[in-house]
Each structure stands twice: as C-alpha cells, then as structure tokens.
Design a protein around this ligand. Structure first.
Ligand SMILES: [Zn+2]
Length: 105
C-alpha cells in the first residue's frame, strides 16, 4: 500500500495554477491515466480516490470538475451516475468553474 501510494505520487505533476494533478504516465485511448493497483489495472482516477479513502463505486463514472481527463486530484474528482452524454456534463461543470473564477478575480 505504501509503495503503491509512493508510485502514484510519482506519476503526476501538479499544475500550480489550477491545483490539478496531471497524470504523466500511461493513458488509455480516452486520455485517462491507468496504473496497476492492488494487483489490478485501474483507472488513475479510481486509484486517486481509493488512496484518498473514498470508496469507489464501479457503476459510477468518475469525472473531474476541472474538465481535464488527465487530472487525478481527488478534490477535483466526483463520482456521477453514468449518463448518455458525459461530454455535455463535463462542459457544464467547466462552465460553472469559469464563472466562479471570474467572480474571484
Ligand atoms: Zn483538476
């Protein structure tokens, strides 16, 4: 467990502007990171949540609120019910984030 956590932490780079943890290792065709964890090849998203102590529901899809497929920051990741058009919900989440950032500035 400790070794896998260290391996995970060595597999991303932090984007200081957005707080995103950008996966820097192998990705699947959809651009999502993958790594072997507890004997199984898993999505990096899932590993991020598991290491953060979050229970992963395999029936749900993991999306990043920042809209970046390669982001593995557990604070940006949310498990959502599978929907027919995931790209639309990602765009929606990205839009709300832009609005929030505008208000901060
Ligand atoms: Zn992010």
């Amino acid at each position: 467990m400790v070794n896998e956590k260290a391996r995970f932490e060595a597999s991303y780079v932090v984007d200081l502007q957005t707080g995103c943890w950008l996966w820097a290792r192998s990705v699947d065709s959809g651009g999502a990171g993958r790594m072997r964890f507890q004997g199984r090849l898993r999505q990096a998203h899932q590993v991020a949540l598991l290491l953060a102590g979050v229970e992963v529901d395999p029936r749900r899809e993991i999306t990043a609120s920042c809209g970046r497929r390669e982001c593995v920051n557990p604070e940006h990741l949310h498990q959502v019910a599978r929907v027919n058009n995931p790209s639309r919900s990602l765009r929606y989440l990205g839009a709300t984030r832009r609005v929030r950032r505008t208000q901060d500035g």
